[in-house]
Design a protein around this ligand. Structure first.
Ligand code: GCB
Length: 586
């Protein structure tokens, strides 16, 4: 179960760390000699700010001193911090020393990483804590027995290589930003504490039913947990339903609650208390479901005016800070969005937190992208792990309404067709109050454009990525999209085309802003009156780094942004803005 940290006060381990590249993967042995707790080693575990070579020590690692790397600010993508690392993929050793006194903490302590791309191995004071695979989700280790009074040294081996059996695999249309891309923190808690909780809201008739589950670590038979909603003047005692799981319910009249919605993103405090542990969080209460071809929020159909985003900021790689996040929401608000697709992997938790406050609905996804090894059982395990880590991180965010399990995977591949429904089921096991989706393809047939993907039968909402007007045909071809009467809602999860900002010409000249704007006009015309299409998230808000895009207009960037990487708008931005402010703007 994912450790809940965001609403807790934690000790930040961000700031200056040391980083050493290890392209040939030679230093692990040195590291063990130097830092191992072997008492024959005269250095023992004695980290020094700067290691001075000592000839009396056997295997003295003259070529490698963990404390003597380049100084980098964490969180960061290393290629943005150190220019020579710009295209480097491989191992980097990170070190951070910090002081700790027992009084600082509670009974239990964890070190928690927001995300390290792609694999990580972690040691504290020479003890291996564990490892993690997956570049975009948080993980933590119990360090209760490892922290020592005084100086402590945390070492991370980060590996940004791309793997054939990874998720994603080696082939993606985005840049592989290696690094400790999100914050690192120490979390201290009492011995018995709330490891995580989950709030689910259902609306039926005029009644709002709230179901709360909580997972308590180290509970005893006497453990009790209460949950309060101070603004609603209501509280509940949860009952034990499993070894560490407790649940409880509360029913309110709809008239007494302001349900969360984009136009009024009301959040309520939820306070969970067990023994000495208190967690207070902010949550929205809302109900999302599908009815026929509509997505229905709090009983009303809603059309999703969206945009897709990568998690990338110019000069910062994947390590966005609060200002970058706020800026993204300003762009979305200016466009008139009520929805965003956070592609193609879990973005930072702060995106969803901000979306809760700003009233932007979200599609979140794991990087099961293009052609991963669906048949490999260890890949399936990793797949489930990434889904679990994302879902358990964001399942209390009212903004998140869609969990996407895959992007543009081949629906003629039998193995994929067997595995993806299992992943959809797995998502529902974890969270059956949101909608399951995937970005699929449309097939061009004699009967028009149709969704042939058998996965459609296992999804609540079908996403389609289509590039009519860019990779093929014209944008107006989308008019041939065949509605399935009473079929599931369809979201255009991607559409668009490339334009070099500032490059102008006729509407039929590729790479001009005018050409891109024409695609948007055609796509909008096709989408807006189609009964089955329930929303749109064109590809993409910003131009982004993409190693496979190298023509004279691209030079390492995918130029399908409606804003360039420096934040300068293209014409298509205004076309989309106009649409969102006039049509479907309710
Ligand atoms: C897609 C992919 C996205 C690419 C985009 C493109 O369908 O999902 O990752 O960047 O096309 O630009 O071709």
């Amino acid at each position: 179960m994912q450790l809940l940290t965001y609403p807790r006060e934690t000790i930040s381990l961000d700031g200056t760390w040391q980083a050493i590249p290890d392209q040939y993967e030679t230093f692990e042995g040195y590291f063990e000699d130097f830092f191992g707790d072997d008492s024959d080693n005269p250095t023992g575990f004695a980290p020094k700010p700067i290691y001075e070579p000592d000839a009396s020590i056997e295997n003295d690692p003259v070529d490698f001193n963990i404390h003597d790397g380049r100084s980098v600010e964490i969180p960061s993508s290393w290629g943005e911090e150190i220019p020579e690392f710009r295209h480097y993929e491989g191992w980097v050793w990170y070190a951070k020393t910090f002081d700790w006194t027992a009084e600082q903490g509670n009974n239990r302590a964890f070190v928690r990483f927001g995300a390290i791309n792609y694999k990580a191995k972690v040691w504290l004071n020479g003890e291996l804590l564990g490892s993690h695979e997956g570049g975009y989700t948080p993980f933590s280790f119990d360090v209760t027995g490892e922290l020592q009074d005084g100086e402590n040294t945390l070492i991370v081996q980060a590996d940004s290589k791309r793997y054939e059996d990874g998720i994603p695999n080696e082939d993606t249309d985005w840049f592989n930003f290696g690094g400790v891309n999100r914050s690192v923190e120490l979390v201290t808690v009492p011995n018995t504490f709330v490891r995580n909780y989950k709030i689910e809201t259902t609306l039926s008739g005029g009644t709002v039913d709230i179901h709360v589950s909580a997972w308590i670590e180290n509970s005893t038979p006497e453990t009790a947990i209460s949950v309060a909603f101070p603004e609603l003047n209501r509280d509940i005692e949860l009952s034990r339903v499993g070894e560490d799981e407790f649940t409880g319910e509360l029913s309110l009249s709809e008239a007494d609650v302001t349900l969360w919605r984009p136009s009024e993103p009301r959040l309520y405090t939820i306070r969970l208390e067990t023994g000495d542990d208190v967690v207070a969080d902010e949550v929205g209460l809302r109900d999302v479901r599908v009815s026929g071809s509509d997505i229905v929020l709090n009983g009303e159909p809603i059309w999703l005016r969206g945009i897709a985003l990568h998690e990338e900021a110019d000069g910062k790689g994947r390590a966005l800070d609060s200002k970058d996040i706020k800026a993204r929401f300003r762009w979305m608000n200016e466009l008139g969005c009520n929805y965003a697709r956070l592609a193609h992997y879990p973005h930072t938790e702060e995106m969803a937190r901000t979306a809760d406050e700003e009233g932007i609905l979200l599609w979140e996804e794991v990087p099961a992208y293009w052609d991963i090894e669906f048949g490999d059982e260890s890949v399936q395990t990793l797949y489930r792990q990434q889904l679990r880590e994302l879902i358990q991180r964001d399942w209390n965010r009212a903004s998140v309404i869609l969990w996407s399990i895959a992007n543009e995977t081949d629906h003629n591949d039998e193995t994929r067709n067997a595995v993806l429904p299992e992943m959809a089921d797995y998502v529902r096991e974890l969270d059956d109050t949101r909608l399951v989706t995937a970005a699929c393809f449309v097939d061009d047939t004699d009967d028009g454009l149709v969704i042939r993907d058998p996965l459609g039968d296992h999804l609540d909402v079908v996403g389609i990525n289509e590039y009519h007007g860019w990779y093929y045909g014209s944008a107006d071809d989308m008019q041939r999209f065949q509605e399935t009467p009473n079929g599931p809602p369809v979201l255009i999860s991607e559409t668009g085309g490339g334009a070099k900002r500032g490059y102008h010409g006729d509407g039929d000249e590729r790479w001009t802003e005018e050409f891109q704007a024409e695609i948007y006009r055609g796509q909008i015309a096709a989408a807006k009156d189609n009964e089955q299409i329930a929303g749109l998230s064109p590809w993409i808000l910003f131009d982004f780094r993409a190693p496979m895009r190298q023509n004279e207009h691209q030079r390492g960037y995918n130029r399908k942004g409606i804003v360039d990487q420096h934040g300068r708008k293209k014409k298509a931005f205004h076309v989309l803005r106009e649409f969102y402010h006039t049509d479907h703007s309710g």
